[in-house]
Structure formats: C-alpha cells, structure tokens
Design a protein around this ligand. Structure first.
Ligand code: ZN
Ligand code: ZN
Ligand code: ZN
Ligand code: ZN
Ligand code: ZN
Ligand code: ZN
Length: 396
C-alpha cells in the first residue's frame, strides 16, 4: 500500500467534515482484518511448503493437508479410501478438484503420488506408488466433524460455531457434543490444547495428569478473571525421594531420577474432555516404563514440543513476519501527511468491502483460499487504484 497518488480531496473540506476520525477506525479495522487473514493464512499454511510436494520427505511432523473427493469419490462412503494431499499438490495437482481443508495433520505422508492421476510434482516416479500404510484417516476427510458428523461451517446452523481440535485424534468437536467438566466453556477459551472425552477414556494414563489440566476454581464463584487456575500437582513420592537423595554425587542422582516414575497420581476422578495450559506436555513422565506406554498407545508425539499446532504456527508466523502487508500498511500510514491519509483511508474503505465480498465468494463456493488468491486480490486492488486516480472517486 502506498499513498503516492494525490487525488482530489480538498483540505478545507476535510477539516470541516472531519471524516478522518470516523474513517480511521475503519481503516484500522480493515488492516486488522487483513492481519487476521494473514495470521490465519500463516497459521495453517505458513509452516508448509507451497512449491514442493512433501512425499519424498515421508510422513512429516505436521503439515497443511487436503482431502480430495474428486480423486477419491469412494471416500464419501468409506473414509479409509480417502487421500490426503500436501499444500503444493493441492495447488498443482488438484486445482479445481473438490478439496476438503483438513487444517494441519501430524505424521502424514502425501498421498498424491499414490493416486491414479499421477503427481505432477514427482515426475521422476515412474509408477503409481503403493498406499501409505501408516497414514491415518477419519471422517474429517469426508468433510464432516465431531460426534454430530456435521460439515464445517454447517450450512444449517444459524448461531456462531466454535470447534476445538483434539490434540490426540485430531478430530474437531463442538464443546456441547463432548462430555466435559462443568464450566468448560471458559476453560476451552483459556486452554492451549484440548483432549477429547474419547481420547481421555482411551488413554487412561492421561487421567493421572488431570490435576494439571485447567479446572474451574473450587466453588466456581462467578468472579470474572480468577475463575480458572492451574492446579499444581503435588510432588510425588518419587520426587520427594530424589530430593532427599540430593546428597549423592550428581551422576548417580541423575540416573536415579531418570528411572523414577514421575507420573502423578490423580487425587480425584476425572471425567470427560480435558483442557490444558501451555506447557502441560513438559510434565509428562519420561521414565522407561512411561515411554513404553506412550509407544504402545502411539502417543509418543506428546513428548515432542515441536509437535503442537502452536509450535507449527510459530514457525509459519516467523516465515511471513517480514513480509506482512499489515506492517507495511501501518508504516506507510504513519509516514504520510494527513491529506494523503484521507486518500488511503477512502481506498481502504473501498477495499474492505471488496475484501469481504472476495472472501464471501470463497465461503459460498466452499473453496479453499490460497496464497495466490490473496496476492491476486491485493494486486487487483493495486492496479484498480492506479487507474482510479483520474476518476472523481474521492470527491465527497
Ligand atoms: Zn504432495
Ligand atoms: Zn484430486
Ligand atoms: Zn501431487
Ligand atoms: Zn458436534
Ligand atoms: Zn480425541
Ligand atoms: Zn513414568
């Protein structure tokens, strides 16, 4: 965004009507909107490669993923017959196909080279590749979520819809469709990760850590901010023991605490979904026995700090940080004089409407917004701007 055109706003008119004050908010709103858009974009796509297929890298830790129903029509009846394709393949090999956006998935290998329709990004592969046996599929690949098995956004829904992704099964849930402790509405807003009721049931050991989960304060008084607190786990017997052993040489002490199980014993019964604060994974015990358990239950990823969606999003944000048009916009706005600001603001008001229109067309057609689409939109606005200079667009 630049403010180099000097269109026909009369300075006197400006002062009289003083549209700056009313308009400034709108301008910032639009910038904010753009920022949110960019952040959303960065969160889902930023950490993923948009040019190269990830197949050669195998099952990668986390990536944006798309289910293609055009290439796998059988998936509509059986999610096991789905295919998930990487970001680059969604652009290059499945353009205009019916794609379901899966947000991000862990440990998934791109299925594009395993499809009859050959992967355009892997020309060196001479034949259709065998199915990726370790990929996991669920009903999200059919475009439905939660226990209610509804699409998102749900066309039949009139109220605002919030879904939470379970960090273990990676399905998305409506809070009201899970079994969850009382007061979970607030917990779900405050938590950084959620584990659904079914996964809490399936992985019994997690219930031992439920003392570390966010919980409504005892008595659940209606005080606005203090209601949620993280309950510290009391040191376990083993921890107390290893503290007593601190007289011993460091090496031996280390060995002892390595072997000691630090899994807390839950003091009370936990039922339903659990909501966790930022660092809860660090509390997971790493003794030999527990490691064995995680492996058995295929949840070893919980020990990996880089596994979390948050860590993935941070990587993505870092990648686009330098190139944000929001930052550029704010900088440009601060550096121009007031008369010119009006031009920019008027323009942004115009752009704001167009941006909404533009995004709504994607929502209406259930199309996935790509980086190219966003770039095209801003490029379009840019060229429209330069042709509009001679027109009396800015006249009031
Ligand atoms: Zn791919
Ligand atoms: Zn396809
Ligand atoms: Zn491909
Ligand atoms: Zn639901
Ligand atoms: Zn789950
Ligand atoms: Zn342990």
């Amino acid at each position: 965004m630049s403010a180099t055109n000097s269109a026909s706003v009369n300075a006197a008119d400006v002062d009289e009507a003083n549209p700056l004050e009313q308009s400034t908010i709108t301008m910032l709103d639009v910038l904010e909107e753009e920022k949110e858009l960019e952040e959303e974009y960065a969160a889902v796509l930023g950490g993923s490669d948009e040019k190269e297929c990830t197949y050669a890298k195998g099952a990668i830790q986390r990536q944006a993923l798309y289910s293609c129903l055009t290439c796998c029509p059988e998936a509509r009846d059986d999610p096991k017959k789905s295919a998930g394709v990487c970001l680059a393949c969604s652009y290059k090999c499945h353009e205009n196909h019916e794609l379901i956006e899966l947000y991000t998935r862990r440990n998934f290998r791109c299925d594009c080279p395993t499809l009859e329709k050959r992967c355009a990004l892997n020309p060196q592969l001479e034949a259709v590749q065998p199915k990726n046996a370790n990929n996991l599929y669920n009903h999200n690949f059919q475009g439905v979520y939660c226990k209610c098995k509804r699409p998102y956004p749900d066309p039949e829904r009139t109220t605002e819809e919030t879904m939470l992704q379970c960090v273990i099964c990676e399905d998305w849930f409506h809070l009201q469709h899970m079994e969850a402790p009382a007061g979970s509405e607030k917990l779900s807003n405050a938590c950084s990760e959620m584990i659904c009721d079914c996964c809490m049931e399936r992985h019994e050991f997690l219930r031992d850590y439920s003392g570390l989960a966010l919980q409504p304060a005892a008595g659940a008084k209606e005080s606005a901010t203090e209601e949620i607190n993280v309950v510290d786990s009391h040191p376990t017997k083993n921890e107390q023991q290893s503290e007593q052993q601190s007289e011993q040489p460091a090496e031996k002490r280390l060995k002892l605490s390595d072997d000691a199980c630090r899994r807390p014993k839950s003091s009370k019964e936990h039922k339903g979904a659990a909501f966790w604060a930022n660092d809860w994974r660090k509390a997971l015990c790493r003794c030999g026995k527990c490691l064995e358990l995680y492996k058995e239950q295929s949840v070893e990823f919980l020990l990996d700090a880089e596994d979390s969606v948050e860590a993935y999003e941070k990587r993505g944000m870092k990648r686009i940080e330098e190139n944000s048009s929001y930052e550029q916009g704010i900088r440009a706005l601060a550096s121009i004089d007031r008369t010119k600001q009006i031009d920019v603001i008027t323009e942004y008001n115009r752009m704001g409407d167009k941006l909404k229109e533009f995004l709504q067309s994607f929502a209406a057609n259930k199309k996935v917004v790509t980086e190219d689409d966003i770039k095209r939109f801003f490029a379009g606005m840019q060229s429209e701007k330069s042709t509009a200079v001679s027109q009396p667009y800015f006249c009031r």
